[in-house]
Design a protein around this ligand. Structure first.
Ligand code: 9UX
Length: 69
């Protein structure tokens, strides 16, 4: 398992947090997601054989937010 911290811009309320959590949990290979609204960050544990940071960024972007390192 790998862990990564994503920097996410555009989250302004707990509903946004829920959207980001759902988007990340829907990615194959993701096993744990924690999102901090205050920090604008997501902490994700995933199987590096199944997914990768670019997939995670893309999932967040598709949910309407902007994610990167
Ligand atoms: Mo809150 Mo976010 O009302 O996509 S859910 S601003």
């Amino acid at each position: 398992m790998e862990t990564i911290t994503l920097n996410i811009s555009g989250m302004t309320c707990d509903g946004c947090v829920s959207k980001v959590v759902q988007a990340l949990e829907a990615v194959d290979g993701v096993s744990l997601v924690q999102v901090s609204l205050e920090q604008g960050k997501a902490f994700v544990t995933y199987d590096g054989r199944t997914t990768n940071p670019e997939d995670l960024f893309a999932a967040v972007d598709d949910a309407g937010f902007d994610a990167g390192y």
